[in-house]
Design a protein around this ligand. Structure first.
Ligand code: CA
Length: 620
């Protein structure tokens, strides 16, 4: 409430000051993006300049290949938006962005155009050949205790507080890239590392207070680029977490709004109703529709109005800036269905036009495949909406998996949930671009749902890693870490044991893990590395057979290999599966190798699957 009021007061003060000009120089408080690159596909660049009464100034540039297309003032005199055209002849270098008033120089910004990385436009985004590892940087590992608390940032180190800052940082991640590579990870998604300078609960990073700066408690922008480079050396793509829906109420841009409609403002704090199905609900009320999109996610998060073209360009350029600066391998967009639909389609298109082989996944947290498919690029929607989002998150498959292995088999419970969830794939225009997972930083940890049962761990993980999709794991899952959302968000995000030098044990090492944890870790590592080296599990055709006698069987195949997966969901009995039923796939195959145990099977006319277990075979 107070935050909102201060925004309104700031708005009224701004109108009082408009037209007033200082006699001296103007301090440029912000110029964003701070620099750009030559040879981008899109020759247009919008530079946002923020400084007291900057709008009184004229702008001049003298640099070969760069011209000013348009200068846009807004209802706030402290902003100018300068649209530049950078043609292919422009060379890397620095030019003056000169601000004058009545012939007098008021400000000068040395604008740099950097040489674009070679091959940048063709960079590949994450795809089904990858397995992503999601981590929360504050909770993974503390590689630099010197940055745990930072002057000028109110939220200081408080490791005892589940919602406090625990000191994890970029150096901590870099220190464990070998661990991730060894585990078989090929892509790393960290929750936001940009500055979140809120006074409390800032560790999650989703209330961004500076879109162009890594939070000093994690490191510097250069540390982030170094993380990406070090990851790349180990075959790991870095995925950035982008928040387009909201900005921290402490963001300078929110405290001095570039335009009156930059954020959604209500007479009093108005929460989003979190009713994302309003998007395509044929009976929706206007009030609900508006509250989903325009309501605030939280009091600390001002809801951005992506319909404003200046803002949309700002956001898209910011994403491109990070991709280019840190050489990234993918983007994850937070709270996707809370953003304006048309604007986000344009946002995605701006990025994909710049990087045609790239990938963007949106957090499409909806409960049915039909609702989620609406948001995927290529969907033919009744309302004519054309999304630009390539990859969507498969929440229904997560729900199905968490239930299936905890249930007794029946016509509508247990394994049939997996079967039915996949059968609903016909909704999706691009089934090769579905993001799959069992847990993330906002859900119960899977092993809490599975009550720490290692059999269920193996079955659910094996399913995730062998069925279709782009799998994502969550840090600590490999040692079956537990945590319930009902005990508070911080509990699903506890520190990885051994990430801090003072920790009693180091679960990053074999010696630091319990026997049970090693069993889970080794299972995951073996399967991940198998998956990594076998394209049949990336792009192989999936064919599955309806669960029968408590067993679900499916195959992945390509020209080189045929993989057979058998899941026995019975708590009590081992099952002998007669393979006659699978003739349409198995004809011609006579033997097999168990990829987890390396055991050979010389007769595959029937296959034995122990109770509550998974068997993964390569057929010959
Ligand atoms: Ca630290």
């Amino acid at each position: 409430m107070t935050k909102l009021k201060s925004i309104f007061i700031a708005l009224s003060l701004m109108s009082l000051f408009s037209g007033y000009s200082f006699a001296g120089k103007i301090k440029l408080d912000h110029v964003e993006p701070m620099f750009w690159w030559t040879n981008m596909t899109n020759p247009n660049l919008q530079v946002m300049v923020h400084g007291k009464n900057i709008s009184d100034c004229k702008v001049a540039i003298d640099y070969p290949g760069v011209s000013v297309e348009r200068i846009i003032g807004t209802d706030n005199p402290n902003y100018l938006f300068i649209n530049l055209l950078i043609d292919k002849s422009a060379k890397a270098g620095t030019f003056d962005l000169l601000f004058t008033d009545n012939g007098k120089t008021k400000a000068n910004y040395k604008y740099e155009l950097k040489e674009r990385r070679s091959g940048s436009a063709n960079r590949k985004g994450f795809d089904t050949s990858d397995v992503l590892y999601l981590l929360m940087p504050d909770r993974f590992s503390n590689g630099n205790p010197d940055n745990d608390s930072v002057d000028g940032m109110e939220d200081k180190l408080d490791r005892e507080n589940p919602d406090g800052r625990h000191g994890g940082d970029i150096q901590g991640i870099i220190n464990h890239l070998d661990y991730l590579q060894d585990l078989g990870i090929t892509a790393l998604w960290s929750t936001p590392l940009m500055e979140d300078n809120m006074p409390k609960v800032s560790y999650h990073g989703y209330a961004i207070s500076d879109y162009y700066k890594i939070d000093a408690r994690y490191g510097t922008n250069d540390d982030y680029a170094r993380l990406s480079a070090e990851a790349k050396k180990r075959g790991i793509k870095l995925i950035i977490d982008i928040v387009t829906n909201h900005a921290a109420s402490e963001h300078w841009m929110v405290k001095d709004l570039p335009t009156k409609d930059w954020i959604h403002i209500f007479p009093e704090f108005t929460n989003s109703n979190h009713c994302k199905t309003t998007t395509n609900d044929p009976y929706v009320s206007d009030v609900d529709y508006r509250r989903n999109f325009d309501g605030w996610f939280d009091t600390s998060m001002a809801d951005l109005n992506q319909k404003n073209d200046l803002l949309l360009t700002y956001l898209a350029q910011n994403t491109i800036w990070w991709i280019e600066f840190a050489d990234l391998g993918g983007v994850r967009i937070d709270t996707y269905p809370y953003n304006d639909t048309e604007a986000m389609a344009e946002y995605c298109n701006l990025i994909m036009d710049e990087y045609p082989n790239f990938n963007i996944v949106g957090e499409t947290w909806l409960s049915s495949s039909a609702d989620i498919a609406y948001w995927q690029k290529g969907a033919i929607n009744n309302d004519g909406y054309e999304s630009g989002l390539p990859c969507v998150m498969d929440f229904p498959l997560m729900d199905a998996t968490l239930k299936a292995f905890n249930e007794k088999e029946s016509w509508n419970e247990g394994l049939i949930r997996l079967y039915n969830s996949l059968a609903a794939d016909y909704f999706y225009p691009d089934r090769d671009n579905l993001f799959t997972f069992l847990e993330n930083h906002d859900t119960d940890r899977v092993m809490s749902i599975m009550n720490g049962d290692i059999n269920k761990f193996k079955m659910s993980l094996a399913f995730l890693l062998t069925t279709r999709g782009i799998p994502q794991l969550y840090y600590g899952g490999e040692i079956m870490m537990q945590g319930r959302k009902s005990d508070g968000d911080g509990v699903m995000r506890i520190d990885f044991p051994g990430g801090w030098e003072v920790d009693a044990r180091n679960a990053f090492t074999k010696e630091g893990r319990t026997d049970l944890e090693n069993e889970a870790f080794n299972f995951q590592k073996k399967l991940l590395n198998y998956r990594k080296n076998n394209p049949v599990l990336h792009t192989g055709k999936l064919k599955h057979f309806a669960p029968e006698n408590e067993v679900y069987v499916y195959f992945r195949s390509n020209e080189e290999k045929m993989i057979m997966v058998l899941l026995n969901n019975s708590d009590e009995s081992s099952k002998t599966v007669d393979c006659k039923r699978f003739d349409e796939v198995m004809a011609g195959f006579t033997s097999a190798k168990n990829i987890m145990t390396d055991e050979k099977l010389n007769d595959i006319s029937s296959i034995e699957v122990p109770a509550k277990s998974v068997t993964i075979l390569e057929l010959y």
